[in-house]
Design a protein. Structure first.
Length: 437
């Protein structure tokens, strides 16, 4: 969905502004309370449109105003603009009071110094840190530091499969391992149809997939002290395995090398592609005319064994976090609003509306999140999802390695060989573009 494209939009500029932001960002006092009856909120575009988001959020903001007397001025910011808007705000100091951020940006934005740190006192003000699921907290900032944000919506990747295409091919169940996926995929790739779709020009999506494969191959892409490590055997194997779905296995259509705008989901809905690896895709399928019984969902594949065992990562921890600008003129009101939005009742309401999973433990137990579609995502987050590297350079990582994967898909689509050596060369070039430590 739209959130997959988030970090790619402004990641190139992120490294250029963080130093300035750290020097000229928000006050160290944590804000003031000079405007106690007003807050501004930048919400990320989670629904099918900005108007849908307004219909979801405005009744909840009205509820908050009635409860507290604080009016929240809402702006829903498109994903294509969100990161650049945030970066401009961190450098100028002219931002909203509260905002949504993609959780993969947490460490990068944390290093700007513009966001309120969530220390023990601030967590206590919203009901305590232990209310949140551990996997969601893992994507809120650099380990060992106070988080830069708190979790709001959680998501994970799953394997969505087209039931009609599986039935027509005589396939009874979805694959659970990558070998099974390739074997199944070759049965599905015929008559102008393909087994699985990818978004080969989508840098963030590329990173999400190769990060998971990297974990399955024992690679983290960064050393424990935060240095880029893109050329390890595991990292190279992960990238090659992903691109080989097109280059060697021939179960991804060459045209997917140019996809970056959710075209793989459209192909799926039109019975042109039998499988996609995606986050919370149900709302998109419905919008494209599919009924709920037209598709199924299963845990994303692993190298061997059973997905979801807790022993093998099969998704990154996806989601949206909520942050507060240090320069807010209403710190108390901002904390009240975060407490409201992450409260048990609101978590149920909002995550039901968006088809996501609550990162709050009690809300996550609601039976509404135990449907066939959402139950897989919830269980993945609980047992087998890992957070992307929480390092300040994460956005540059998405840009340079995501671009390397994009270029390798272009090679595969053009019929040029994708070898271990060519993959390693691309990753060596990407590593050279990272900041030196």
């Amino acid at each position: 969905m739209r959130r997959i494209r988030a970090a790619a939009a402004g990641a190139v500029t992120l490294s250029l502004v963080l130093t300035a932001a750290a020097c000229g960002g928000g006050s160290t006092s944590g804000g003031s309370n000079s405007e106690p009856k007003s807050l501004t909120y930048w919400a990320s575009n989670q629904g099918a449109s900005i108007e849908v988001d307004k219909k979801v959020l405005q009744p909840e903001l009205d509820k908050f105003e009635k409860k507290t007397g604080i009016k929240v001025k809402l702006e829903v910011v498109p994903w294509a603009d969100l990161l650049n808007r945030i970066l401009t705000a961190t450098t100028s100091g002219q931002g909203p009071d509260i905002l949504n951020i993609g959780n993969t940006w947490s460490a990068s934005l944390q290093s700007s110094g513009a966001l309120l740190p969530w220390d023990a006192k601030n967590f206590e003000a919203i009901g305590g840190k232990d209310r949140f699921v551990e996997s969601a907290l893992g994507s809120t900032g650099v380990g060992g530091q106070d988080p830069a944000a708190v979790p709001l919506y959680s998501m994970a990747y799953a394997l969505y499969y087209n039931k009609k295409m599986f039935k027509d091919a005589g396939i009874e169940k979805p694959p659970t391992t990558w070998d099974e996926l390739v074997t199944t995929g070759k049965k599905l790739s015929k008559d102008g149809k393909s087994a699985i779709g990818v978004e080969g020009s989508n840098l963030s999506n590329n990173i999400h997939q190769v990060f998971v494969l990297g974990k399955q191959h024992g690679a983290d892409f960064f050393t424990p002290d935060g240095k880029a490590d893109f050329t390890s055997d595991g990292a190279v194997a992960a990238v090659k395995q992903y691109v080989d779905l097109m280059a060697a296995d021939k179960i991804v259509a060459p045209g997917n090398a140019e996809y970056a705008q959710n075209q793989s989901l459209s192909d799926f809905a039109r019975n042109k592609t039998a499988m996609v690896l995606w986050q919370t895709a149900s709302a998109t399928f419905k919008a494209q005319g599919m009924n709920d019984d037209d598709w199924g969902v299963a845990a994303a594949p692993v190298q061997s064994g059973t997905p979801g065992s807790g022993k093998s990562t099969n998704s990154m921890v996806a989601g949206i976090n909520m942050a507060v600008f240090k320069k807010t003129k209403n710190i108390d009101g901002a904390l009240k609003f975060v407490k409201f939005m992450t409260g048990d009742a609101e978590q149920r309401i909002l995550n039901k509306a968006y088809g996501s999973i609550p990162p709050v433990k009690i809300a996550q137990l609601d039976p509404a999140f135990d449907t066939p579609a959402l139950g897989v995502l919830r269980d993945t987050l609980r047992t087998s999802a890992s957070a992307l590297p929480q390092v300040p350079e994460e956005s540059q990582f998405e840009t340079v390695v995501g671009t390397a994967v994009k270029e390798l898909f272009a090679d595969a689509a053009a019929g040029r060989p994708v070898t271990t050596a060519s993959v390693k060369a691309k990753l060596e070039k990407a590593q050279q573009q990272m900041p030196k430590k």
